[in-house]
Design a protein around this ligand. Structure first.
Ligand code: C2E
Ligand code: MG
Ligand code: MG
Ligand code: MG
Length: 281
């Protein structure tokens, strides 16, 4: 009977669920191997001054350079990585590579002064975060951490607060990603003294067609202005959207309209072309 139960155990799950469990297990094993082999790398997407058009920064976005499946986006691994508690290792590897790339570009005479890097909530809760960051010897002013509003929805977390304090002491700026989607309290966010907020793509998408989205976005931009916080709009895909955002007074723009995220190699070339253009004009 036990044997029968054992076999039937699997029948608690539908075929669909079984397939998902098996898949998740396969993916987790592959992720662990991928980490071992350094397959998690940053892609880079430039950010532009909304008025001068100059490049003002770059966001590093994690990719899984998978040997068989090609370059995979975060949607294909972040959730599982979080479930098996290795998302902080991925973040760490990505950040370490970003620092190397910044150095390399400097040697190439390409000035990318600083990079924004996404940091996961579990990593912000990690007691070892500061020690690990110190190992990387990050120069003040070179790195900005993008964090999601949702980190402030939890109860006051002392580790998070201490980590954020120390991060700032190390000269790493804080920026709020996907602003307007997380329902966090404005007061909580402002206590962080973020350098910049990033208005989520969801607002940008219909900004030139929906009066409501436009007014919502305007209120976020005005808030930034009042509080002296820079405002970037992400996910800009059309000139129409960019136009409205400029009129509303946004500081900087990022999106497929200008450039998609690129490998370090492609970004290097992109910057060489950009430099040549600036020189020529
Ligand atoms: P995010 O930080 O809000 O990044 C913006 C996402 O929008 C990126 O997707 C980017 O490639 C995409 N994007 C940029 N411009 C456009 C556009 O004009 N149109 C559209 N449709 N999309 C655009 P990606 O690279 O797939 O990353 C998805 C999310 O995964 C990121 O959202 C971020 O939350 C997370 N993520 C990415 N890299 C890392 C990382 O290194 N660590 C952690 N913890 N999370 C990361
Ligand atoms: Mg981001
Ligand atoms: Mg975002
Ligand atoms: Mg996002």
């Amino acid at each position: 009977r036990a044997k029968e139960l054992g076999r039937n155990c699997f029948e608690f799950f539908s075929n669909d669920q079984q397939a998902r469990i098996v898949k998740a297990r396969e993916v987790s094993e592959e992720i662990l191997w991928g980490l071992e082999l350094g397959q998690f790398i940053p892609f880079y997407q430039p950010q532009f001054d909304a008025h001068s058009g100059e490049i003002v920064g770059v966001e590093a976005l994690a990719r899984w350079d998978h040997p068989d499946k090609g370059v995979l986006s975060p949607f294909e691994f972040l959730k599982v990585a979080e479930d098996i508690n290795v998302i902080d290792d991925i973040d760490h590897d990505v950040l370490a590579t970003v620092l190397n790339d910044l150095k390399f570009w400097e040697e190439q005479g390409i000035s990318v002064e600083h990079a924004s890097v996404n940091i996961s909530s579990p990593r912000l809760r990690d007691e070892n975060l500061i020690r690990r960051l110190k190992e990387l010897q990050i120069e003040p002013g070179r790195i900005t951490f993008e964090l999601l509003e949702s980190i402030f929805l939890d109860d006051r977390d002392l580790v998070v607060e201490r980590n954020l304090e120390k991060i700032k002491q190390m000269g790493i700026d804080i920026e709020i990603d996907d602003f307007g989607t997380g329902h966090a309290s404005i007061i909580g966010l402002l206590n962080l003294e973020p350098k910049r907020i990033k208005i989520d793509r969801q607002f940008v998408t219909s900004i030139d067609t929906s009066d409501e989205q436009r007014r919502l976005t305007k209120s976020m931009i005005d808030m930034g202005k009042t509080l002296n916080i820079e405002v970037l709009a992400e996910g800009v895909e059309t000139e129409g959207q960019a136009q409205v955002l400029r009129e509303l007074g946004v500081d900087s723009l990022q999106g497929y309209l200008y450039a998609k995220p690129m490998s370090a190699h492609d970004f290097n070339r992109f910057m060489q072309d950009y430099k040549a253009q600036v020189k020529a004009s």
